[in-house]
Design a protein around this ligand. Structure first.
Ligand SMILES: CC(C)(COP(=O)(O)OP(=O)(O)OC[C@H]1O[C@@H](n2cnc3c(N)ncnc32)[C@H](O)[C@@H]1OP(=O)(O)O)[C@@H](O)C(=O)NCCC(=O)NCCS
Length: 180
């Protein structure tokens, strides 16, 4: 079940990101695996606005999460992490659909994100889910700023790209999540 994260779950979200990041060692990107997740305070900025969605297991314990924010008049996916114990069961895709429902209810046209171009579970994964690559010269200011910051913190050692998916109108408002 997908729901908003609770404040007492933010440390758990950090644990999910640590565990999910381990997969980057398999392609020599140890620096990404070692990268410190967002702090509880940073996560709280998303959580208090309803922009931290979790997929909770049958015991109501989060096993995956997505961070969402307004950017350039669109809904920007800041982070998507699925604990390896629950990987490849469609949770990532379901969380993206939940983000899209929110964006639709808000009347926003696009879901955007930045990701590694050549990592199998990043850009190729998003492409399969309907995201398209954005021309770096055509980025709006917010997205360009994020790409520039990623370069400053060393993420662009491996090619990064920005992507977007059009928000589809087939998703019902009733199922949408709220972001204050
Ligand atoms: C990317 C991620 C969120 C996908 O979550 P998920 O719930 O496992 O994904 P889904 O079940 O929706 O989709 C599974 C698809 O993802 C891709 N994928 C997931 N893990 C993969 C891996 N280890 N190698 C290659 N492709 C992979 C495949 O296309 C897979 O489809 P398949 O199982 O039919 O081959 C998850 O792998 C993760 O948390 N990765 C580490 C953090 C990360 O890279 N986040 C995205 C940053 S932009």
């Amino acid at each position: 079940m997908i729901r908003a994260a609770r404040v007492d779950e933010l440390e758990r979200l950090r644990g999910i990101e640590f565990a999910a990041g381990e997969i980057f060692r398999s392609c020599g990107m140890d620096a990404i695996a070692d990268d410190e997740p967002l702090t509880v305070t940073e996560l709280a900025l998303f959580q208090t606005r309803g922009g931290a969605l979790v997929f909770a297991d049958a015991s109501d314990v989060p096993v995956a999460y997505l961070l969402l924010e307004y950017l350039d008049g669109n809904a920007h996916v800041e982070q998507l992490s699925v604990h390896p114990s629950h990987a490849r069961r469609g949770l990532g895709s379901e969380l993206l659909d939940a983000a899209e429902k929110w964006a639709h209810a808000e009347g926003l046209a696009w879901l955007t994100l930045t990701t590694f171009r050549d990592v199998a579970w990043n850009a190729p994964y998003y492409r399969r889910l309907g995201f398209e690559e954005l021309d770096p010269d055509m980025l709006d200011n917010g997205l360009r700023g994020i790409v520039e910051c990623e370069g400053l913190v060393g993420l662009s050692r491996w090619p990064r790209i920005a992507m977007r998916r059009r928000v589809r109108s087939i998703l019902s408002h009733e199922e949408s999540v709220s972001l204050c």
